[in-house]
Write a protein that binds this ligand. Structure first.
Ligand code: IMP
Ligand code: MG
Length: 179
């Protein structure tokens, strides 16, 4: 498959992301300040840079774990299913958990993961997404914390890919096709 030519226009700078993460971490700290240890769960692969910056800004005892989920349609956009491709290494019953996602788009992925992990009876469970595209929502779900609400644009960078490219950009940019 040949890739359509495109350029990436900066939408959210690295500096703005860093400032927002500082503010979010103050709120997360307030919520979990009495925790014994917070299990920070990154959803692979898009959250890998966000979770790295988040845990380094968070002045709490943390454990880092990863979960990989894949959402796919069965031909109908509305009948999305979410599969777990890689589960957590550790049990979370009775523990404090923060789930970290790159983008909430239709909402299927994060709402599914949150209900799955809730069924394992954590003591406290919260979710955070760097980006939220409310215009695209198909299920009634909102992360407990959101970095930025963005319009319905396809974005890349800061961990987020387009066909497995552009994850290594330091900023969030929107894809603009040039053909
Ligand atoms: P949803 O909320 O289940 O629709 O899916 C969210 C997932 O779709 C995210 O974790 C991303 O992997 C992917 N996604 C949604 N919007 C974008 C985008 O603009 N660029 C790249 N990936 C996206
Ligand atoms: Mg993803």
């Amino acid at each position: 498959m040949t890739q359509r030519p495109y350029v990436v226009d900066e939408m959210i700078s690295a500096k703005a992301i860093a400032a927002r993460i500082e503010a979010l971490c103050r709120e997360i700290h307030d919520e979990f300040e009495d925790t014994q240890k917070l299990v920070v769960v990154g959803l692979l692969r898009g959250s890998f840079i966000f979770i790295a910056d988040l845990v380094r800004e968070l002045d709490l005892p943390v454990e880092v774990d990863f979960l990989e989920a894949s959402s796919y349609g069965d031909g109908m956009e509305s009948s999305r299913e979410v599969r777990i491709l890689k589960d957590l290494r550790s049990g979370i019953e009775g523990r404090d958990v923060l789930v970290v996602e790159d983008i909430v788009d239709t909402g299927h992925t994060l709402s599914h993961v949150v209900s799955l992990l809730t069924s394992r009876k954590p003591a406290r469970m919260k979710s955070i997404a760097l980006l939220d595209k409310p215009a695209r929502r198909e299920v009634d779900f909102k992360a407990d914390w959101t970095g930025f609400e963005i319009p319905d644009e396809f974005v890349v960078g800061y961990g987020i890919d387009y066909a497995q490219r552009n994850r290594n950009l330091g900023f969030i940019g929107k894809v603009r096709f040039t053909d």
